[in-house]
Design a protein around this ligand. Sequence first.
Ligand code: AMP
Length: 417
Amino acid sequence: MAKLTVQDLDVRGKRVFLRVDYNVPMEEKEGKMVINDVTRIVETLPTLKLLIEKGGKLILTAHLGRPKGKREPSMSLAPVAVKLGELLGKPVAFATDCIGEVAEAAVAALQDGEVLLLENVRYYNEEEANDPAFAEKLAKVADVYVNDAFGAAHRAHASTAGVAAIVAARGGKCAAGLLMDRELKFLGDELENPARPFVVILGGAKVSDKIKVIDRLLEKADTILIGGAMAYTFKLANGVKTGKSLVEPDQTATALSAEAKAKKLGVNFQLPTDTIIATPVDTGKLNKKGKPVYDLVNVRTISGDIPDDAEGFSIGEETAKHYAQIISSAKTVLWNGPMGMFEDPRFAGGTNAVALAVVEATQNNGAVSIIGGGDSVKAINKAKLGDKVTFMSTGGGASLEFLEGTELPGVAALSDK
Ligand code: AMP
């Protein structure tokens, strides 16, 4: 059922407890923590501006990093409050604690349309434990609950689920922010009855991570294109040699049953016909994590068996062209997971070709293109094509779970329309 959104709310004079995703990358420079990428903050501005315009008193809560219940100074949200103030063009107050007297006093000082950011909610272990007493303390300052942190919605934490339940039990409204609403629209509604042909592109490292998504989308898609290391487990299941490629031998039966399901449902299920391989050579060095560093030499494209000493790193050019052709006639495209180890330019060609094909389908064929979060978003941004697709999810794990058809705790907690 459709969820209530901030557009439906009357918040004038009310205390709006707003969960945002400000888990931004930070770095220490000259003794100060600086924000490396403000995207997540910028993305919340439309929701904030709407609620400010509507006259709410905004109490923002977020987590940063994994402080594991300790007041870790490098994970303070104080620099985020400053940056948010700059981006919003109005002062943003900051409370050095997310609960208790400090937070309550800061909230009491808020006028209609003013904004307050509470300190890192994960300074308390009770947040991730969804501790009821902690949720009560957070909820003390909440008349209305809004969640705009889709990336954290797959977790039943105090700030994503507990507070909402308390507000709802008091008869208060719990609504999706504009960002969250778009996620529900594109990852949910759009894929319920997609315009056809509906082409799903799935890649990334592991079959086991994506099998539930594959299983569900087999019931909806016209075509599924498989790439990334995941493809090698499918190849292995079909008796092809995979050399040193990243495979999951315990997932071969799962892979075969997905292929059988595709056949039964008449889904065009495609595996790569060629692959870019390289031979790893041990350098004798260790990386920061203590793992051996390999040079990848003799990069070449093959079809068929991968030699014992070689490893597959991407779909080949022939596959990329074939996939691009299929994508070009799509009316709905969903893409999750890169087609290879795109971080290395030698193996980025297939992922980039698919990214370009998705953009072209969007622009030339009027396709709705949905990039389902995580590394595919990174890949499309790296190719500087981020603004040329219909929608890019802000979630990683949350997007996957949502695509699996799982009801996310942070979404379930919101009021129905
Ligand atoms: P995932 O999180 O499952 O979407 O996996 C994304 C990661 O898988 C990226 O960091 C890619 O570099 C990596 N990846 C994709 N294809 C391959 C491959 N053929 N071999 C090794 N790593 C790969």
